[in-house]
Design a protein around this ligand. Structure first.
Ligand SMILES: Cc1cc2nc3c(=O)[nH]c(=O)nc-3n(C[C@H](O)[C@H](O)[C@H](O)COP(=O)(O)O)c2cc1C
Length: 180
């Protein structure tokens, strides 16, 4: 279904980052060539080597210190679709307001391809007027928002803020690329 398609997976700093490793695997199983950008906070939750081993590519993380002279535009040009999962309220706020201070946010602002955002956070953060305002703006900008789901959150709380399951995110990616 995704045979040979170039999917860029952005991973930000939330507990649900562990679920993104499985998303990377499922995208690869569907035939996609997957590359991963991790934020510095994401690396507090999951190791780079996990994504590197799953995708067969080193993880991208540096705007200034990598091997490419312009990593954000290289990655933006390479990608046919970008999916950010999990997407923190911090990432959502940056993108909604056009702020770019790391490799992931710069790449997101340097692309014209479809962008899928899978928010994940505690219910209070999700329901905060600032987060809701930013999500509304991302929808207006044409981004695809998947979830969040309602259910058990980190620490045992129950509410809305769970990252959608990798299978659900994969289905959205496949649908968006179906006619591209
Ligand atoms: C244990 C822990 C769990 C966190 N989980 C989330 C989360 O699920 N969603 C979220 O938006 N922020 C979460 N945060 C806060 C983010 O890690 C923090 O805002 C960080 O600056 C996000 O950076 P990034 O968006 O560049 O990855 C968590 C922080 C900690 C310490």
């Amino acid at each position: 279904m995704l045979s040979g398609r170039h999917i860029l997976l952005g991973v930000t700093g939330g507990i649900a980052a562990y679920k993104s490793a499985y998303l990377a695997r499922r995208l690869g199983e569907a035939g996609a060539d997957v590359r991963v950008i991790m934020t510095k906070a994401a690396e507090r939750f999951v190791g780079r080597q996990t994504f590197a081993a799953i995708t067969g590519h080193p993880v991208e993380r540096d705007l200034f210190d990598g091997s490419s002279v312009s990593p954000h535009t290289d990655l933006a040009d390479w990608a046919e679709l970008i999916v950010v999962a999990p997407a923190t309220t911090n990432l959502i706020g940056h993108l909604a307001n056009g702020l770019a201070d790391d490799l992931l946010t710069n790449t997101l602002l340097a692309t014209r391809v479809p962008v899928v955002i899978a928010p994940a956070m505690h219910t209070e953060m999700w329901e905060h007027p600032a987060t809701q305002r930013n999500i509304h703006r991302l929808r207006e900008d044409g981004h695809e928002i998947v979830g969040p789901d309602t259910g058990e959150l980190a620490g045992g709380d129950v509410g809305t803020g769970r990252m959608s399951e990798p299978e659900a995110i994969l289905a959205v990616v496949e649908k968006l690329l179906e006619h591209e």
